[in-house]
Design a protein. Sequence first.
Length: 133
Amino acid sequence: FLTELHNPHSEILPFVKKIVRQLLHSVCQVISRESDQSEVAIITRDEILEHKEDVLEINEIRSLSSALKELGIQTKVYSLSQVRAIPDHQRALLLNLDYNVEGIKILFDRHCKREITCYPNPFFQKILWRLLS
């Protein structure tokens, strides 16, 4: 999301944005190499799409989508409650999900059945989420 911030009075922000752009480019290159598809799903919390609650995450989605588009990969954003609508065999990027909500079970199920491939692994993310909560 930092690539989307603008502050003409900040001396350090241009340096931070340069580092973040390089990281974003590296992440998108890996996604491009690992994906044999021209579309990647981005999964976020319901409130992000329904109520536009988290401006930073909205900017993160915008940055990821834009960087992937430059590599010829389209993105489609889904909320957690829309996981059933993701096409089979789709790669999915998980963003800041709540691993305590009921809908997460559908994501785990689809990932286990290899209907979708999630990055990062949702089980690993749930463990981290529990440890850090």
